[in-house]
Design a protein around this ligand. Structure first.
Ligand code: 13P
Length: 285
C-alpha cells in the first residue's frame, strides 16, 4: 500500500530501526526493491531520482511504481529524491508521489527556507510529506566528491533547529561526513554532531550517501536517531556485477531474457541485506 514518509517513519525511533530508501532508475530496480520488501514483510521507500524526470518515458515509469506501490503487500512510500526546483517537485506531486524531497542545500539558508516553506505549504495541502536538506551532502554533478567532505558542508545544529521551526518540514537530511556515490577511503562520520542535532530537532533525520559505510556506522547512526537511509550505488553495483558475471561465465553467449532475472535477484538480495543491517521492522497499522 502507498503511504507517506511521515507514516512510514513513525515507529523508527521508538523501535531503533531505519527504513531503506532506494532509487528506482528503471523498472527492474523498482521491481527488485519492492519484491525484496514484500518477501521480508517490511516497509520500503522507493525513490525516483530527478534525472528520471527528464526522459519522455517518465510518466510510464511513475505509473508503474505508483501501481506497484499501491498493490504491494507492505507499506511503500513513493518519494522524489533531490528535487532541485519548484517545477520538479510539483510534477512529482502530480505523478502521485506520496513524499518529495526539495533539495535547496546549495542555496543560502534564507533562500532554502523560503522555497522549502512554500513547497511544504502546497505538499501538505495535497497530503504529501516533505524532506529537505540543510548543510550539504556532496557527490553530485555540482559538488563532485569521493572522499570525506569538507567540514564546512556539515549541518550546523543551530541551523537545523531554525530550519525545521521555520519551514515545517517532515524530515531533515543532514550532512555528517557521507558523500553520494562511491566512497574512496574510509568514511569518518561526525557522530557527536548527529547526536546534538537529534537532541535539538524533533523530525525524523535522513542519511544520504549510504553506500560505502560499514555495518557498524549504520548501526551507530540508527542508534543516534537516523530514521531513513538513502542507498543506491551499492545496489546498482550489485545488479551490474551479477549481469557482468553472467556474461563472463557464458563467454557472452547469453541473452537479456536470461540475464534480467539474474540481475533482478541480485537486486533483491542486495536490498534484503540492507534491511537486515538497518534492522527494518514491519510497520504497525
Ligand atoms: P549512495 O549512492 O551513495 O548510496 O547515495 C544514495 C543517495 O543518497 C541518494 O539520494
Amino acid at each position: 500500500m502507498l503511504v507517506t514518509l511521515t507514516e512510514i517513519l513513525k515507529e523508527t525511533r521508538a523501535k531503533k530501526y531505519a527504513v531503506g530508501a532506494f532509487n528506482a532508475t528503471d523498472y527492474l530496480l523498482a521491481e527488485a526493491v519492492i519484491k525484496a520488501a514484500e518477501e521480508e514483510g517490511v516497509p520500503v521507500i522507493m525513490m525516483v531520482p530527478t534525472p528520471a524526470f527528464k526522459v519522455k518515458q517518465t510518466p510510464y515509469l511513475m505509473q508503474f511504481i505508483l501501481d506497484r506501490a499501491r498493490k504491494a503487500s507492505v507499506p511503500v512510500c513513493m518519494h522524489l529524491d533531490h528535487g532541485k526546483d519548484f517545477d520538479i517537485v510539483m510534477q512529482a506531486i502530480h505523478y502521485g508521489c506520496s513524499s518529495v524531497m526539495f533539495d535547496g542545500s546549495l542555496l543560502s539558508m534564507e533562500e532554502n527556507m523560503k522555497q522549502t516553506r512554500e513547497i511544504v505549504k502546497i505538499a501538505h495541502a495535497c497530503g504529501v510529506s516533505v524532506e529537505a536538506e540543510i548543510g550539504h551532502v556532496p557527490g553530485s554533478k555540482n559538488t563532485p566528491a569521493t572522499g570525506a567532505p569538507d567540514e564546512s558542508m556539515y549541518t550546523k545544529p543551530e541551523d537545523a533547529v531554525t530550519f525545521v521551526r521555520e519551514t515545517g518540514v517532515d524530515a531533515l537530511a543532514v550532512s555528517i561526513g557521507t558523500v553520494h556515490g562511491k566512497f574512496v577511503g574510509t568514511p569518518k562520520l561526525d557522530f557527536d554532531r548527529l547526536k546534538t542535532i537529534r537532541d535539538l530537532v524533533d523530525v525524523p533525520l535522513v542519511l544520504h550517501g549510504g553506500s560505502g559505510l560499514s555495518d557498524e556506522d549504520f548501526r551507530k547512526c540508527i542508534e543516534l536517531g537516523i530514521s531513513k537511509i538513502n542507498f543506491f550505488t551499492g545496489l546498482a553495483m550489485a545488479v551490474s556485477k551479477a549481469a557482468y558475471e553472467a556474461m563472463k561465465e557464458s563467454e557472452g553467449n547469453i541473452m537479456w531474457p536470461e540475464i534480467s532475472p539474474i540481475a533482478e535477484q541480485a537486486g533483491i538480495d542486495a536490498t534484503k541485506e540492507q534491511f537486515r543491517i538497518f534492522n527494518t521492522q514491519p510497520l504497525n497499522k
